[in-house]
Design a binder for this molecule. Structure first.
Ligand SMILES: N[C@@H](CCC(=O)N[C@@H](CS)C(=O)NCC(=O)O)C(=O)O
Length: 418
């Protein structure tokens, strides 16, 4: 394992370059991150609270409610401060935790469907836990499909999340991948999942479980004292002694730059756009229900819960996200600008894809993120107002061409029982 090295050490968002001495084998640590966005959102919130205060004369019930709320808020704040203080003092900055290993697929996990590709020579046995239209999950699927890999899917209920109850990390996408010893390694974070599998595909001599050790969890405190979690090396592929032919330092850096851009910029424009109004939010969730076949995989009450609670919650959250990412009311224009940035770069390079003649991990990541809103009004507007369509449908055609055959596991099981 020690003969692996990081592809190239370049500073990217959230990633610090390796000191020269540690380029071989050693893994890097994340730096403490500044998060001016959080501070900005907090300031905005504070201003909103200040401006909203008491225009009417308070009556008795109102006074009691204010007193109750104040006592509640004060107790909550003291408790939170206490927790932070105890957590902060026990936390080792840059502490690393290796990926979790499980003896098997946890009992009760319900496989929803599989993509089976007879041409898949990877030998990988992958279970993907996902929300069908989560941009990070779409990214992982775009990659797996383009690579022609077979995998099983567990469609997680976005509200109740029963199928990931066993996991300490409650986010999707996450994958369980079978190691040579029959155990399953759990990998979280879309970019880390893609880097891990891409590393394995370019050299299958090392067990996937061993490769996963290069992507440990780490935690650190941002400048607001807030604990953050991340995965080390998530934009890096691990090579043995030699970088593969056709991969230059420049291609690696370009790939990392745009993969990171997809995660740190593009993805943050989706929610403020797709949940901009309650109407658009409901429309988006109806499309999610259709794309994720929620009416097939979940009972009606659960589907309706996801659609109506989800649409309402995301409509409210979108406003916070809009402020956090300092977007103006014309949220569409930010999306158009981002897509122009991508297509202008393609034009400058004069290549079909960012990867040249074939999509790179950056192409697949940006495509994946955008495909998550393909059925939404935002995407339709993007097709009309930017030139993203040609590139998007070129990538889509290749992803669909290489994708395995869909087998609807849960439905077929139900049919067999009937
Ligand atoms: N950085 C992660 C982000 C994953 C993420 O935020 N997933 C969302 C769904 S789109 C989620 O699971 N949210 C649930 C939560 O935060 O509790 C990745 O790239 O996979």
């Amino acid at each position: 394992m020690s003969c692996f090295r990081l592809a190239t050490a370049t500073a990217l968002a959230g990633v610090r370059p390796l000191p020269p001495a540690s380029r071989s084998g050693a893994l890097r640590l994340l730096t403490r991150k500044r998060n001016p966005d959080v501070a900005f959102a907090r300031r905005q919130f504070a201003v909103a609270v200040e401006n909203g205060g008491g225009k009417k004369k308070p009556n008795g019930t109102f006074k009691l409610a204010v007193l109750g709320a104040t006592v509640g808020a004060a107790t909550g704040s003291v408790y939170t401060m206490y927790q932070r203080w105890t957590d902060g003092s026990s936390h080792k900055e840059h502490e690393e935790t290796k990926p979790t290993c499980l003896g098997g697929i946890p009992a009760g996990v319900r496989i929803t469907k599989r993509y089976v590709n007879p041409k898949d020579t990877s030998g990988l046995d992958i279970v993907l836990f996902q929300f069908q239209t989560c941009p990070f999950c779409c990214k992982v699927r775009a990659f797996l499909d383009f690579m022609g890999i077979s995998y099983a899917v567990v469609e997680v209920d976005a509200v109740l999340r029963q199928d990931i109850r066993w996991s300490s990390v409650k986010k999707v996408p996450m994958v369980l991948i079978r190691q040579q010893d029959g155990q399953y390694v759990q990998m979280v974070d879309s970019s880390a999942i893609i880097s891990l599998i891409a590393t394995y595909l370019q050299d299958k001599r090392t067990d996937i479980g061993e490769l996963a050790q290069f992507y440990p969890h780490t935690s650190f405190f941002d400048d607001d004292g807030k604990k953050k979690n991340d995965i080390l090396n998530k934009y890096f592929l691990m090579y043995r002694e030699h970088t593969p032919k056709g991969v230059s330092k420049e291609t690696e850096e370009t790939d990392r730059k745009w993969r990171s851009w997809a995660d740190s910029h593009l993805v943050h424009l989706i929610s403020p756009n797709c949940y901009q109004t309650m109407g658009e939010s409901l429309e988006t969730f109806e499309w999610f229900s259709q794309a994720g076949e929620w009416d097939v995989h979940f009972p009606k009450w659960e589907r309706d819960l996801m659609v109506y609670c989800g649409a309402t919650a995301m409509w409210a959250i979108a406003k916070i996200l809009k402020r956090r990412h300092a977007l103006t009311d014309d949220v569409r224009s930010h999306m158009y600008d981002a897509l122009d940035q991508w297509t202008n770069e393609l034009k400058k390079r004069n290549t079909k894809f960012m990867g040249g003649k074939q999509p790179s991990l950056a192409d697949l990541s940006v495509f994946g993120v955008l495909s998550s809103m393909e059925g939404c009004q935002t995407f339709k507007d993007c097709l009309l107002n930017t030139s993203i369509g040609k590139w998007f449908y070129d990538v889509k055609a290749l992803v669909e061409k290489n994708r395995g055959q869909l087998q609807r596991e849960r439905i077929e099981n139900l049919a067999a029982i009937a």
